[in-house]
Design a protein around this ligand. Structure first.
Ligand code: PLP
Length: 385
């Protein structure tokens, strides 16, 4: 039997077929009034999920493109930014800022730990020239969920732009851009937005927007002034040829997400993540991420001693058609990662945990499969609503 691969990876995630099929409809031309409502609807719905009434633009890019857009549009070369690093994606912001010739002040945490607001404030006091702070909302390499509410509120009266990488968090975890005083929030279509890859989102506060209009963007394609100009045209549009097919899928996904209700989606992911954490505990597997930082987007699991994570990933994929992710960066050889977001439910998690138990039995770690699955079922039964 050849089964479709079940994606239990933290992006791209498993996507519903109606969302995928929406992308197969005939194209609407982006310089016509046929396209304008599609674009406008996607922008407005994204704004509601970001919880912002300020500015939001869609780009044709993945998440890294929107991170680059954030840096290129807001800073001059030589300006100082504080990059908070809680894993590989925090480091990526450091690399992007360096590529744009900014002076980077990194704040590095041991992997698995969340950022502390007092450390950020201390760094700002020590470096009064800092113009921007980058933070990863959900650090996909380490499974850390940073508390943006606390950080945003603490930075409210500081003269800095707070830039948040929400690529794997927005749409999957409660987020409140305006309420938390976030100046720039970036995301992409392929994770919490339950859509194929190809569309980036970047939202700006009035403060960030004013700065963007003043700064000469270092680049052309991602210069948000073009996007602003086109959004304001008689037929609101996008400056270049957009990913029209992906936008059809995004429209369908956004409509579906709002119909289900974001609170319900967040609660669903919480339930799946809690079930997975309990299952791992019952199997004697430890979670890499510190207990106060664990995210509902994904769980990062330490591989049992003597078993390389690649062996686990390969066994589940090759034997059973389920793809979980290996580790990244400094923990490539010691962890594997399982997501609990996407168009997935209890059915998919029960299969994944059961098949993980079979794989670990074959690899010599589990004596007898079943303990993880039992704990998962018990958790789901207890959390039934
Ligand atoms: N930031 C975070 C937190 C991510 O998880 C990812 C991708 O996994 C990225 C940035 C980069 O996004 P992309 O691969 O879409 O460029």
């Amino acid at each position: 039997m050849e089964l479709d691969l079940l994606l239990m990876t933290p992006g791209p995630v498993t996507i519903d077929s109606d969302i995928l099929l929406a992308g197969a409809q005939p194209l609407k031309h982006h310089r016509t009034n046929d396209f304008a409502p599609l674009y406008a609807e996607c922008v407005e719905r994204c704004k509601r999920i970001f919880k912002t009434r300020q500015h939001l633009f869609l780009t044709l890019s993945s998440g890294t493109g929107t991170m680059e857009t954030a840096i290129a549009n807001h800073f001059h070369p030589g300006e100082q930014v504080l990059t908070v690093e809680t894993g590989a994606f925090g480091e990526r912001f450091t690399e992007i800022a360096k590529a744009f010739r900014l002076e980077v002040v990194p704040l590095k945490y041991p992997w698995g730990h969340r950022a502390k607001v007092d450390d950020i404030l201390k760094m700002l006091d020590q470096h009064p020239g800092i113009k921007g702070v980058t933070v990863t909302f959900n650090e996909t390499s380490t499974g850390v969920h940073n508390d943006m509410a606390v950080i945003g509120k603490a930075l409210k009266d500081r003269n800095v732009l707070l830039i948040v990488d929400g690529v794997s968090g927005i749409g999957a975890l409660p987020f409140d851009m305006d309420g938390w005083n976030i100046d720039v929030a970036v995301c992409a279509s392929q994770k919490g937005f339950l859509t194929p890859p190809g569309i980036g989102m970047i939202a700006l506060s009035e403060k960030a927007f004013a700065r963007m209009m003043k700064v000469e963007c270092h680049g052309y394609y991602f210069d948000l002034k073009h996007y602003k100009k086109n959004q304001d045209m008689k037929i609101p549009s996008y400056p270049w040829t957009p990913a029209i097919s992906v936008m059809f899928s995004l429209q369908k996904a956004l409509e579906k997400m709002e119909r289900i209700g974001m609170e319900k989606i967040y609660a669903h992911y919480h339930k799946l993540a809690e079930g997975l954490r309990q299952a791992m505990k019952a199997m004697g597997l430890s979670i890499f991420t510190q207990p106060d930082a664990q995210s509902n987007v994904l769980t990062v699991i330490n591989s049992p001693e003597g078993i390389h994570p690649t062996a686990i990933v390969n066994e589940i994929r090759d034997q059973y058609g389920v793809l979980v992710a290996g580790g990244q960066g400094q923990i490539t050889d010691s962890v594997f990662r399982i997501t609990t977001i996407g168009s997935i439910g209890e059915r998919d998690l029960i299969s994944t945990v059961g098949l993980l138990e079979l794989a670990l039995t074959k690899l010599g770690y589990c004596k007898e499969p079943g303990e993880g699955t039992r704990a998962l079922l018990k958790t789901f039964a207890a959390m039934r609503n």
